[in-house]
Design a protein around this ligand. Sequence first.
Ligand code: CO
Length: 147
Amino acid sequence: MIAARAVHHLGIAVRSLDAHRDHYERVLGARFEGVEEVPEQGVRVAFYAVGPADAPVRLELLEPTRADSAVARFLDARGEGLHHVAFTVDDVEARLAALKAGGVRLIDEAPRPGSHDARIAFLHPKATGGVLTELYEPTRGPGADGG
Ligand code: CO
């Protein structure tokens, strides 16, 4: 029902984007793709790409900009680390409707704005084997070509 076309990115919660840049660029050797603020989610995100340029795996580092954002609460409860897995989908609204009809527990009943103007929605980790799952419908930027 998710009909995932690809893994779009892995979301990693951090307290500071700057503090981790050396690790991702120099130690891991990932390609830095830029930083963007997503006010609706109370985060600044940095994207890194690993692997072939035409089909990379992306890492999305999330730094909270508000103490009441979901990522800030995650950091307070769990500390830094893997936060979610995002799957590329074609039509996030249709996916949400199908999942809801199938009894899958959702966090977002309607799409909201994500990075790069993507339309995103989260499923509840209790419905996905403990992994916070993001549906990501790209409109431009990384993954808009299907990656
Ligand atoms: Co994400």
